[in-house]
Design a binder for this molecule. Structure first.
Ligand code: TYM
Length: 331
């Protein structure tokens, strides 16, 4: 059993990335051989400033370490350091019908009205993501809810390849969407996902935010005028309340109902300070550790060098076998 997952080095990692993904990896790395990638090739599907991209790549490594990923036990590397990602991406592109890609909602959201002017990479992105996973024959992929459709596609692509070559070459990767915060929503609009691409920084809590910034963002977080309900059944019609209760439950590692047992009938003015305390206690130490790691660039780069080496050791024979199955000579 092997895990693969990744975070894009675009802007700063936020609590959606932490609660929806990275935090779950910390527990999983004990039971699975784990490969955690900084997916820089995915980041360039939209324009990036080169200096910022390099800095943000190191920042994601710092976030992995600060959240508790063990660089000895798990493999941490950046995608571009293992050429097999792009190579397998091409092999899989040739087996992926356009109709499958046309169904991807994230492309539709990101391309919007600019469908004809965005790069091919943005459209082909889910194929590269399938290649990321299959290059290591990963069996499990822990992600937030927003990646579910991409993972279903990765399974379809693996199946199509296996049928083509007539052997069960790639395992069909199993998504692991875990915890209470599989889809953290924007603090400004409970119907929109918390995202790095959202323009307002007030919409998200970044892992390096100070206690003051966290308090300010939660104070300004959108709510509705009603007190919190007593039952989780009453949350779905109140997206902002549902989001904040879900975040609190994730921070306290409990069921949302337990949060409502305590705060049902109370106003947000009472709930928000408690949420702020829980958030500050969980996030500020991570930000402090990230700053420490980032002050030592040589340490971070050392982890990336070693991680790339270990990743290549796994990927190289799998890629060679894949070429061979297709009749492609590699000398
Ligand atoms: P990315 O960089 O957008 O997000 C990294 C991880 O964080 C999760 N996540 C969230 N979870 C809950 N609520 C949110 N608001 C939220 N925002 C982000 C994501 O689900 C993800 O797990 N395509 C991927 C990166 C990728 C990948 C892969 C993942 C590339 N190749 C192979 C797994 C396997 C992405 O853009 O994640």
């Amino acid at each position: 059993m092997r895990i693969f997952s990744g975070v894009q080095p675009t802007k700063n990692p936020h609590i959606g990335n932490y609660l929806g993904a990275i935090r779950n990896w910390v527990d999983l790395q004990r039971d699975f051989q784990s490969i955690f990638c900084v997916v820089d090739l995915h980041a360039i599907t939209v324009p990036q400033d080169p200096a910022e991209l390099a800095a943000q790549t190191r920042e994601v490594v710092a976030a992995y370490l600060a959240c508790g990923i063990d660089a000895e036990r798990s493999i941490i590397f950046n995608q571009a350091s293992v050429a097999g990602h792009a190579q397998l991406g091409w092999l899989l592109s040739c087996q992926t019908p356009l109709g499958w890609l046309n169904r991807m909602t994230q492309f539709k959201d990101k391309a919007g009205k600019n469908r004809d002017s965005v790069g091919l990479g943005l459209y082909a992105y889910p194929v590269l993501m399938a290649a990321d996973i299959l290059l290591y024959k990963a069996t499990h992929v822990p992600v937030g809810e927003d990646q579910k459709q991409h993972l279903e596609l990765a399974r379809d692509i693996a199946g199509a390849f296996n049928r083509l070559v007539g052997v069960e070459h790639f395992p069909l990767p199993v998504p692991q969407i875990l915890g209470q915060a599989t889809r953290v929503m924007s603090l400004r609009d409970g119907t929109k996902k918390m995202s790095k691409s959202e323009e307002s920084d007030l919409s998200r809590i970044n892992l390096m935010d100070s206690a003051d910034a966290i308090a300010n963002k939660l104070k300004k977080a959108k709510t509705d005028p009603e007190p919190l309900p007593y039952e989780t059944a009453d949350l779905p019609t109140r997206p902002e309340a549902e989001n904040l209760v879900g975040i609190m439950a994730a921070l306290q590692n409990c069921d949302p109902q337990k949060i409502l047992n305590q705060y049902g009938g109370k106003n947000f003015s009472e709930f928000k300070p408690a949420l702020t305390d829980a958030m500050v206690a969980a996030i500020v130490p991570i930000g402090d550790k990230m700053r420490n790691y980032m002050a030592d660039q040589a340490y971070i780069d050392g982890i990336l060098v070693k991680g790339a080496h270990r990743a290549r050791e796994i990927a190289t024979p799998i890629l060679a076998e894949t070429h061979k199955l297709l009749g492609i000579l590699q000398f």
